[in-house]
Structure formats: C-alpha cells, structure tokens
Design a protein around this ligand. Structure first.
Ligand code: SF4
Length: 342
C-alpha cells in the first residue's frame, strides 16, 4: 500500500509504484491518500497501480508512524505529529478535505499517544473537535509538568469557533501553542471579523508579530484586494502565511520561485480573476518583505540590509528610521504601507 499527497505531486506516486513494481513484481499495489481519493480514475491509469483506495483507511489510521525508522538518522525528529480528528465541519470550495475525509470524527483524548515534548497537530480543524476543552486542559497539565515544551497547529485555528468560545484563546496560550494562525481566505470586507479573532489571541497574551494570518492568493480574490488585505495585516502588525492556490485536479506544479518569469503551462495561474505570473511573484515578494519588517522591527524593507551589504553598525542606525527618513539613505527602501504592483 502506497499513500499519496497533493495531486500536483502525482509524479512521485507514479515513480513509487514503478519502483516497488520492479522490486516486488508479484505484489498487488494499492494506492490511497489525498491524490488517490481526489482523482481515483486518473490515479489508476497514471500510476498503473492495481487498485485505488478512496478515503480514510481504518488499518492505516490505527498504525502509529514508524518514528524508529528515523531515530538513528543524524537529524532525528524531535517533534511528534498528532491528530485528534479527521475531516472538517466546513466545506470551503477550494479545499479537498470534505472529499477525502467526508465524515468529521474526533477523539476525546490524546494524552496516551504523546511520546515527544514538541507536538505538531495535523487536524484540519482542531477547534472543531467537540472535546477541545478537555484536550487543551490535558495539554496545559502536561505543559505545567514540563512533559511537553510547545505545540503547533499546522492548519491554523478556526476563527469563528474562537469567537463563539473566546475562553479557548487563553487555553491555547497556556497549552504552549506557538505562532497561532487564523485564516482570512475571503474578501477584504471581513477585516472587522478577522481583527476581533486576532484580538482574542492578543488578549490571551500573544504578541501581534507572533500571530499569522493565512491568505490564499492566485484565487478568486484579485491582486488589488489581496494587497488591501496585506495592508490591513501591516496595520495590525501581524505576519502573513501566504498560500498559492492550485486547483484540486492539477497534477503538476512547476512554479519556481527562483525564475523571473514562467507561463501558465508550467503552473496554475488564476487568469479569470486577473492573476498573472508577475502579480503572483509580486504578491509573494510583498508578503515576504512585510514579514521581514515585522520580525526585524523595522518600518521598511531593504534588500541591502537583509543581505548584509551594509555594516552592522549602520544597519542598527538605519533600523531606527521611518520609511521617509530611510529612503534618503537607502536606494532600495521599500514601504510596506502602500500597494505595490511591481
Ligand atoms: S476550514 Fe480549512 S479544512 Fe475546513 S474546509 Fe475550510 S479550508 Fe478545508
């Protein structure tokens, strides 16, 4: 049995099937996982496997990841992946979770599963777990006994649930979740709502620059509106975790951040919403520069400063300047507070 991840990594799945077919010519090869569940017919033909498994496999679900395989590695994992639930209570149109894990299933406790001191939660919607209060209480207890160091929720927190149950924000902080993320996938007009969700986390003790807002770009929201959303995050002084949209049935993604120019034949460009290769690269770059400003406590970005082409002493002096002051000294000073089309 071979699993598969995102559809645009289908080529690796095909290679894995070919590899094991060669090693074990008589074996019956079954492919499951994300790509297999989203595109079963394509997966069967493309990978030449014997069978495709759609959905969550009960047997695989009960198997604990084989951490021992990497424990003797020079860089062994010092964290553990944990899941308290499968599926999601929502059904966002760009997301494949409902198709893969159609039923939302949740566990009531996870204490017995914990073997490492750093935990990364892979739940699609951790706060939707009806037992979340109990789980967070368990984590708070483990944290107070120093049995765990920190936690992270890979998919971010559902801000709507946070609004309905504001007491969860403090529990999240006490349980040691670092760099919490809130999704803002829809339009600019949602900004009041997003700000209220972020404020709950700030009131719970987080610094604004340690919070992230997830943003899907190269999707139905045009570049100009995405830039206005970026400016709001600058105003709130929170970082952005940007995610480039790829349709659920794309089997390739040749986007290369090092290239200056690429076409829609190499990767998906959402042309219907006005996105172009240039705008995609510009938005990515704007977000990156803005996040650097936040992390370094500066009012502007400069590549010369980032690449240490300026002495440390001068950099420390320049860092105190506003954008208006800095642009007199630094030719490449970039102002995060305005929209940039290039
Ligand atoms: S909330 Fe997240 S996991 Fe749930 S459907 Fe939307 S994008 Fe997918």
């Amino acid at each position: 049995m071979i699993t598969s991840l995102f559809t645009y990594w289908a080529g690796y799945v095909r290679d894995s099937v070919a590899h094991y077919r060669k090693l074990y010519p008589d074996a019956r090869i079954i492919v499951g996982g994300v790509y297999a569940s989203l595109m079963p017919d394509h997966c069967k033909k493309y990978t030449k496997c014997d069978e495709v498994f759609v959905g969550v496999h009960k047997g695989a679900e009960k198997s604990f990841p084989a951490y021992d395989l990497i424990e003797n590695n020079p860089h062994p994992l010092d964290y553990q992946i944990v899941r308290t639930s499968r599926g999601c209570i929502r059904n966002c149109e760009f997301c494949g979770v409902k198709k893969i894990e159609s039923r939302f299933k949740a566990n009531a406790n996870i204490k017995t599963e914990i073997i490492h001191r750093k935990l990364v939660f892979y739940d699609d919607n951790l706060l939707a777990n009806p037992h979340i209060q109990k789980i967070l209480s368990e984590l708070i207890e483990l944290k107070s006994k120093k049995q765990i160091l920190w936690c992270e929720a890979q998919s971010g927190f559902d801000g709507k649930i946070l609004k309905e149950k504001p007491y969860l924000a403090e529990m999240i902080k006490k349980a040691g979740f670092h760099y919490p993320r809130i999704a803002w996938d829809w339009g600019y007009e949602q900004h009041h709502e997003i700000k209220e969700q972020l404020d709950l986390l700030i009131d719970a003790g987080y610094r604004s620059k340690d919070l992230f807002v997830f943003m899907l770009y190269n999707w139905d929201i045009p570049f100009g509106e995405m830039e206005r959303k970026r400016l709001k995050c600058w105003e709130w002084q929170v970082q952005i975790a940007d995610c480039r949209y790829r349709p659920l049935d794309k089997i390739y993604d040749g986007y290369d951040s090092k290239k200056r120019k690429q076409t829609g034949r190499e990767y998906h460009i959402q042309k219907e919403s006005g996105w172009t290769d240039k705008l995609i690269r510009t938005f990515r770059s704007n977000v990156r520069k803005q996040n650097i400003c936040l992390r370094q406590n500066t009012k502007y970005y400069s590549a010369d400063m980032e690449r240490k082409r300026i002495s440390k002493d001068m950099t420390n002096e320049y860092k105190k300047l506003s954008y208006e002051e800095a642009k007199g000294y630094l030719k490449d000073a970039w102002n995060p507070a305005v929209i940039h089309y290039t």
